[in-house]
Design a protein around this ligand. Sequence first.
Ligand SMILES: O=P(O)(O)OC[C@@H](O)[C@@H](O)c1c[nH]c2ccccc12
Length: 262
Amino acid sequence: MNILDKIIADKAKEIELKKSLIPVSQLESSVLFERKCLSLAESLKNGSGIIAEHKRRSPSKSVINQDLNVQDVVYGYEKAGASGISVLTDGKYFGGSLEDLLYARASVNIPILRKEFMIDEYQVLEAKAYGADAILLIAAVLTEQQMTYLANSAKSLGMEVLLEVHNEEELKKSLEVNTDMIGVNNRNLKSFEVSIENSKKLSSLIPDQLVKVSESGISNTNTIAELKIFGYQGFLIGENFMKTSNPGQAAEKFITELKSIA
Ligand SMILES: O=P(O)(O)OC[C@@H](O)[C@@H](O)c1c[nH]c2ccccc12
């Protein structure tokens, strides 16, 4: 069983347990459930395009940074001029939590993406209840029908969808899904191999009306300049900022440099 299958198997068990502890009615009674969401797609088109990620660890890198509190990190990202925030909420493999999402919501006024392995509508309701503006759907672990159902559920709650693909086959099965953004993951979630070429290779297959986001393995501003030529407007960066003692400062330096070469 590869790591992705393991994560999904654990996720299914986690969701069943959570459903017994926190009923849907409790999620729907959250003060944030009626909140009007911010648009991550618009923010990417009109701002720096950087989605800065809070990620304590990952299967490919083990511990990245567990010493900082999420409020300081995401506040620093907003101050640095990020267009959006990505918050990992998976606990076992990424060291995140739904509480991180709630703290992030309380700390910034820019769009927040819930970065999670979504397989059940319950998780979409959680995302809204804990303050997310957008959810991630990963084509590698979902059928077209599942993506359609989960995307429509998110849209019905006023959230946007970032649909993540890694190859042409995943992109082809995603084209009918009601998504706002297509993310190309430069990292193969099974082998962890990273190549920016993946974003370049797939860009021409993404319909122009969707916001293109390049994800993973981005550590310098020249890469952003190159990817903009291929039509990308969003850039998801985690480790390059999180591996430092002050991710907000690292993001500020990166975004200032980006402005100077734009
Ligand atoms: O830390 P990086 O290489 O900058 O990557 C960030 C982000 O793209 C990555 O965390 C990610 C992209 N898609 C995912 C899906 C699940 C978990 C994590 C991810």
